[in-house]
Write a protein that binds this ligand. Structure first.
Ligand code: NAD
Length: 299
């Protein structure tokens, strides 16, 4: 059997980024509207600082305005909620993202619920979750699963009738991914740490999305021949072959064995990762259009 087609997330992301930038130019030139994304970061988590920097850079590169609020780790919940209230009421801010995780003394659920659903470009607010599950097109959809869906549709075309298995049930990836696939008329199974006979469930799937956070959990012999595999996992493992103390990133799927069985597969890195921030830019443009009373852009 020949190896799977590689779903190159960078190519998909570049395409979406160009479409977003073109839409931003159209809004600026035609309407004098510059979409603006406010990112709020609380504390010193190094990974969060890297993500926020990358988000700001890409927002500006797409022609949008990036507003950053970096707050100390001991910021009170009341202070954070007051800032969100101010951003909610600011007509020049179209998207609000509070970088997670938050320090332990802050109630994440309360913070997520405080963001205006119209500006909730992470798609985590209960109103957007409800809209997504009820098939309401006004939902703002979480960025990582939305990026996965775009790549699946560009790879496979119509997804209707296919068997999809989502491995992982987090609010950020697994559950919204399942809702999106259901919305495309897939027959969806959600598997998780308590699923019995996981290997067999995986082998039944035409579409397998792994979002678990366990390095190479899914070996090639769990993959149905010809299936499309989307690997969301980002796991840092030791890489002695690169030198003492070195590490590298692997996914939740064992790429080396899965690539010989699947029909198409995303690599890690270079698959899902590049799409996530692009979808954040996309959501910000969609939110800006809606707030201006314009039709949704074709993104
Ligand atoms: P999470 O820890 O919130 O959820 C993991 C899920 O996997 C849980 O629902 C759990 O039930 C399930 N699980 C754990 N062990 C299992 C096992 N042995 N068998 C079956 N299911 C098991 O994680 P998350 O936030 O959904 O992220 C999942 C992975 O995706 C992580 O590696 C994360 O780094 C990565 N991620 C990548 C991006 C990106 O942009 N590429 C974005 C978000 C998350």
């Amino acid at each position: 059997m020949t190896d799977a087609a590689i779903i190159d997330g960078k190519v998909h992301a570049d395409r979406l980024r160009e479409k977003v930038a073109a839409e931003v130019r159209r809004l600026k030139d035609g309407r004098g509207l510059t979409p603006a994304l406010a990112v709020v970061l609380v504390g010193d988590d190094p990974a969060s600082h890297v993500y926020v920097k990358a988000k700001g850079k890409q927002t500006v590169a797409a022609g949008m305005e990036s507003i950053e609020h970096r707050l100390p780790a001991d910021t009170s919940e009341a202070h954070l909620l007051a800032l969100i209230d101010t951003l909610n009421g600011d007509p020049a801010v179209h998207g609000i993202l509070v970088q997670l995780p938050l320090p332990g003394h802050i109630d994440e659920g309360a913070v997520i619920a405080a963001v205006d659903p119209a500006k909730d470009v992470d798609g985590f607010h209960p109103v957007n979750v409800g809209r997504l599950w009820s098939g309401d097109a006004r939902a703002l959809v979480p960025c990582t699963p939305y990026g996965c869906l775009l790549m699946l549709k560009e790879t496979l075309g119509d997804l209707g009738g296919r068997r999809a298995l989502v491995l992982g049930r987090s609010n950020i990836v697994g559950k919204p991914m399942a809702a999106l696939l259901l919305g495309e008329s897939c027959t969806v199974t959600i598997a998780h740490s308590r699923t019995a006979d996981l290997a067999q469930r995986c082998r039944e799937a035409d579409i397998l999305v792994a979002a678990v956070g366990r390095p190479r959990l899914v070996p090639g012999d769990w993959v149905k021949p010809g299936a499309t595999v989307i690997d969301v996992g980002i796991n840092r493992i030791e890489a002695p072959e690169k030198g003492p103390g070195k590490t590298r990133i692997v996914g939740d799927v064992d790429f080396a064995t899965a690539v010989t069985v699947a029909g198409a597969i995303t690599p890690v890195p270079g698959g899902v990762g590049p799409m996530t921030i692009c979808c954040l830019l996309r959501n910000t443009v969609v939110a800006a259009c809606r707030q201006a009373g314009l039709a949704d852009p074709d993104l």
